[in-house]
Design a protein around this ligand. Structure first.
Ligand code: NAD
Length: 523
């Protein structure tokens, strides 16, 4: 997918994925995994104003496929150090904000080039720290490259805004200014792409940032922060800060010099951050901006006029890709009564073919879930689901040392069931019967979330109706509901799924900018 060319840069194109069935690509990944393995257990420091610092003790991140294995050792940054990070980033903001946009854009493109040349390395760290299989890791790194390339082009646009109406005797212009210090809080499930997307958007716009990665995937965050410095971003423009989300997160969000928070994660943490950021602190002279992208309970509607094979393929890919740990994952299939039984039969057969195993070994469809806490929570939902519906496939843990779970299907869950309403964030799919297309749409909309959704039907009128009534930020017709591509599918949800910021879309950078109108009287 290419977009129209912008000043001086070739049109944007998505980074292609490599095929690991080819020997050369396979070898590159095996070598990268071996190199990453040789670095397992290394200690990483906080980075504040260009200084590498120790915290109040350390914590470790683990390989979810092999939890006895430590991936990285990271600092427990203190509340005092969190304050210092915001104050240093604020002190440097004036200088950084005046850097010409063209220089920041060049740095962003350097970052894209470096990531491209080190794709296998970043994939390897995601395989080891986040439990992504090779293909999912490749998609994550490619998306991070896309964000750098795409936001570089979008920043070119905002650096050269459209001319305004010129009043007689005046020169009238609108210029876009950065906001200030931003706290970047990503989740662990796209530990590179989402972290990179939020960070590079903020930096491209001329803000300084504090990156606070998830404590499950801090090593990937540390590697990316280092890459940004190698790409030319001044060390003072980026702080890298690890520690307890709850303790240092609150300190970073509530600091009076924090100007905005860019968060992606769960509904509850997002709402908490939104509330905390709204409370003005002593000495604070602005309303903090909160960009919050949160959870989902995404549905795929399989209509009576759907191609059953395509629908089953789309549901399986959306429900079990990365073990269902995507905000866009299909967790509800809403299937017309006319093909409900046939759908379940085909689904059961397809799910039985999914292979679960260590992410590091090429060829498994599913790896582990992120940690033992997640596995216990998901198993709890499966037990609830067995009471709320009918178990069709899976239903428990899968063998192995890692946090493995069987791909699970629970049929006949009604709209009031917890497994129909609550985000499970694991390989658990609920199937619900719909009595006609309008009923299917009602069911699909019957949650507080509104992130992604898909409809399988051959009927043009039903497609029109879905476009009118299916209330989700990312709607897909006759395709799966995961795998949004930068530039083609700007991403962000409605209702409790977030502020609909549309990452990877033409308006995204506006959230990291403020516009100033200047009218100069001609002498
Ligand atoms: P989470 O909310 O537990 O954590 C997200 C981040 O917030 C982490 O970095 C965590 O350390 C930090 N955090 C926790 N408490 C904090 C506090 N009090 N102050 C500041 N930061 C704090 O989410 P998670 O488990 O990392 O990620 C999974 C969730 O993310 C799911 O709900 C998923 O749907 C959502 N998600 C949404 C999108 C989207 O674009 N809408 C994309 C990916 C993931």
């Amino acid at each position: 997918m290419a977009t129209a060319g912008l000043t001086g840069l070739a049109p944007f194109r998505n980074e292609p994925y490599r095929d690991f069935h080819q020997g050369e690509n396979r070898r590159a990944m095996e070598e990268a995994l071996a190199r990453a393995r040789a670095e397992l257990g290394r200690e990483y420091d906080l980075l504040i104003a260009g200084r590498a610092l120790k915290g109040d003790g350390t914590f470790a991140s683990f390989n979810p496929s092999k939890p006895s294995e430590i991936v990285g050792v990271h600092q427990r940054g203190s509340v005092e150090q969190a304050r210092e990070a915001v104050e240093s980033a604020h002190a440097y903001f004036g200088e950084w904000s005046r850097t010409p946009a063209s220089i920041r854009i060049d740095m962003l493109r350097n970052a894209a080039a470096l990531l491209r040349s080190r794709k296998s390395e970043f994939n390897a760290w995601m395989i080891l720290e986040a439990g992504k299989n090779w293909v999912e890791a490749e998609a994550d790194t490619s998306e991070a490259i896309d964000f750098c390339e795409y936001y570089a082009r979008q920043m070119t646009r905002f650096a050269h805004p459209e001319p305004l109406l010129q009043l007689p005797g005046e020169t009238d212009e609108l210029v876009y200014l950065p906001l200030g210090v931003g706290v970047i809080i990503p989740p662990w499930n796209f530990p590179l792409a989402i972290l990179a997307g939020m960070t590079t958007a903020a930096l491209a716009a001329g803000n300084t940032v504090i990156i606070k990665p998830s404590s499950d995937t801090p090593t990937i965050g540390a590697k990316f922060a280092q890459l940004l410095v190698e790409a030319g971003f001044p060390a003072h423009s980026i702080a890298f800060f690890t520690g307890s989300g709850a303790t240092v997160g609150d300190a970073l969000v509530s600091h009076p010099k924090t100007r905005f928070v860019s968060f992606t994660g769960s509904r509850d943490v997002g709402l908490h951050i939104n509330e905390l950021a709204a409370r003005p602190q002593k000495g604070q002279i602005w309303i903090k901006r909160v960009i919050a992208e949160m959870g989902g309970k995404d549905a795929i509607i399989v209509d009576s006029e759907a191609s059953l094979d395509e629908a089953v393929s789309g549901v399986v890919a959306s429900a079990y890709g990365y073990q269902g740990q995507k905000c866009s994952a299909c967790s509800r299939a809403i299937v017309d009564e006319s093909l409900y039984d046939a759908f379940l039969e085909k689904l059961k057969a397809r799910v039985a073919q999914l292979k679960v195993g260590p992410a590091e070994e090429f060829g498994y469809d599913m790896g582990p879930v992120i940690n033992e806490r997640a596995r216990t929570t998901i198993l709890g939902y499966i037990e609830t689901g067995k009471k709320e519906g009918r178990l069709i496939a899976g239903g428990g843990a899968a063998p192995g040392e890692g946090h493995f779970l069987q791909p699970t299907v629970i049929a006949d869950a009604g709209p009031d069931a917890r497994i129909f309403q609550e985000e499970i964030f694991g390989p658990v799919l609920t199937v619900t019967k719909a009595h006609g297309f309008e009923h299917a749409l009602e069911l699909a909309n019957a949650t507080e979330y509104g992130l992604t959704g898909a409809v399988y039907t051959a009927n043009a009128e039903k497609i029109r109706l879905a476009k009118e009534r299916f209330f989700v930020g990312n709607l897909y017709i006759n395709r799966k509901c995961t795998g949004a591509m930068v530039g083609a599918h700007p991403f962000g949800g409605f209702n409790m799924s977030g502020t609909d910021s549309k990452a990877g879309g033409p308006d995204y950078l506006l959230q990291y900018l403020q516009a100033q109108s200047i009218a100069e009287k001609k002498s």
